[in-house]
Design a protein around this ligand. Structure first.
Ligand SMILES: [Zn+2]
Length: 228
């Protein structure tokens, strides 16, 4: 009998890792490119599949609307997300409620442009990423991870936290280390413009390090350790 990738209870279905909603439908890709080929699935219980569909959608929105995301993400924003907004305007209203306009400088051109700073539901986002990381581990190793796990997104800023400089520092350091650690490591995943992951064997208390890439630009480093 199959057991759930996240909790070990009996599996009742297969869950896509990452959630299928991240991958555009063929009707939304310009030349009908199929970006839903050979998606990863893992056995899942009810709670860790259907019951988290709200979190899946939130994760998708945050990733696709993030600045470092690529053209496939932009495509998703102008098709699928636009439809979701038209259907349920309250959904985005609630996300944008406390949005504030900010000026951002483009890394390459140094031009300033206006965008929105949106408050992130950090607890929800962290929960989604942790489950996703467990799913990636299960898909890669064919078994459930039992140790501690920490996820570190590299693309989120916390401008209003009192220790924001410190947090920014940690994020920058992890990103820089990850960049070196995973240089040349194989990207696994049939649709890397949407999602791929890399695996690095750790040392000391860190058993494995994973690097997840969403829409190429949004990176998350995952530390899997015996005791953290
Ligand atoms: Zn479960």
């Amino acid at each position: 009998m199959h057991t759930c990738y996240a909790c070990g209870n009996s599996a009742t279905s297969d869950e896509h890792v990452p959630p299928k909603c991240l991958f555009p439908e063929t009707k939304d890709t310009p030349d009908g490119t199929d970006l839903r080929r050979n998606l990863f699935t893992v056995p899942s219980c009810e709670e860790h599949n259907t019951h988290k569909s709200g979190d899946d959608e939130y994760l998708f929105f945050v990733l696709a609307m993030n600045l470092p995301a690529n053209h496939v993400a932009n495509l998703q924003v102008s098709s699928k997300i636009a439809r979701a907004v038209a259907r349920r305007p309250k959904l985005v209203e609630s996300m944008m409620e406390r949005a504030e306009p900010v000026l951002i400088a483009d890394d390459r051109t140094h031009e300033l442009y206006e965008t929105n700073k949106v408050e992130l539901d950090g607890v929800r986002f962290d929960r989604s990423l942790r489950l996703l990381a467990l799913g990636v581990y299960f898909q890669h190793f064919g078994k459930r991870w039992h140790g501690s796990l920490r996820v570190q997104p590299e693309f989120i800023a916390f401008p209003d936290e009192h220790n924001s400089a410190e947090i920014a520092n940690v994020i920058a350091t992890v990103a820089a280390c990850s960049q070196v650690l995973f240089k040349g490591a194989t990207h696994i995943g049939a649709n890397p413009s949407v999602f791929s992951y890399q695996v690095h064997e750790g040392e000391g208390t860190v058993t494995w390090v994973l690097r997840l890439s969403f829409y190429e630009g949004c990176k998350v480093t995952v530390f899997l350790g015996i005791d953290g």
